[in-house]
Design a protein around this ligand. Structure first.
Ligand code: ADP
Ligand code: MG
Ligand code: MG
Length: 208
């Protein structure tokens, strides 16, 4: 995979929707421990609607595709995560350019920056940002070091998983989990878990 075009973007979104569907009950279970038990159903509803929308109205290019997914996530997911994932896909769509590796890394970074700007979570607050930010950094570093996109995406997926695990012991400082205070410690953050699926879906396409 040397560049991300419409076909690659479609395959990524499809793979993410499949992973979310497969992990729906697990994500909801994570959210039942420190939230309101809807993260899996929220994302599954949004991604199922996103796929249906893409089929009904095939987008002209990868940017239009990511934008369509963004709009569906924002409008169809009631939870906090919908607008945040929506912002991620929307910002990514505007920065994707021709989809060459450096642009993909920059677009991913722009998406993560959008999530941070919208949700105001800082690293260590125990949110999806704790998986997304290390992934963006690993992707940028690997692409910058001249690694092929495939390998760079695999590094990003590993960084995302490490980021998710690194905040499991932490106390949540954003979102519903923060209402639990100390009791949120020792639980995996649902949004960090789903963000790992997002990055793993890209790495899997790349043959990882
Ligand atoms: P809700 O909490 O509204 O039910 P979800 O259950 O779908 O929404 O999503 C919860 C996840 O959203 C959390 O696990 C966390 O990762 C993420 N999240 C919550 N608030 C923020 C925030 N301010 N910034 C980034 N991510 C957040
Ligand atoms: Mg929830
Ligand atoms: Mg909710």
């Amino acid at each position: 995979m040397s560049a991300v075009g419409t076909e690659q973007a479609a395959a990524w979104v499809q793979a993410f929707a499949e992973r979310v569907a497969e992990q729906r009950d697990h994500l909801t279970e994570l959210d039942s421990a420190i939230g309101d038990a809807d993260h899996g159903t929220n994302l599954d509803r949004g991604m199922t609607a996103a796929l249906a929308g893409l089929q009904a109205t095939p987008p002209a290019d990868a940017a239009a595709l990511l934008k369509a997914v963004a709009m569906t996530m924002i409008s169809k997911v009631g939870g906090t995560s919908g607008p945040l994932y929506g912002t991620f896909f929307l910002r990514m769509s505007t920065a994707l350019g021709d989809g060459r590796p450096a642009e993909v890394a920059a677009a991913f970074r722009a998406g993560v920056d959008g999530v941070v700007a919208r949700g105001k979570a800082e690293p260590g607050d125990k949110t999806m940002v704790d998986a997304l930010l290390p992934a963006a950094e690993a992707l940028t570093d690997a692409v910058g070091a001249g690694e092929p996109l495939d390998a760079a995406l695999r590094s990003a997926a590993e960084a995302a998983a490490r980021g998710r695990d690194a905040v499991t012991a932490s106390v949540a400082r954003k979102g519903r989990a923060s209402y639990l205070g100390e009791r949120s410690a020792g639980h995996v953050d649902p949004g960090a878990a789903s963000a790992v699926l997002l990055v793993e879906s890209a790495a899997a396409l790349a043959g990882g």
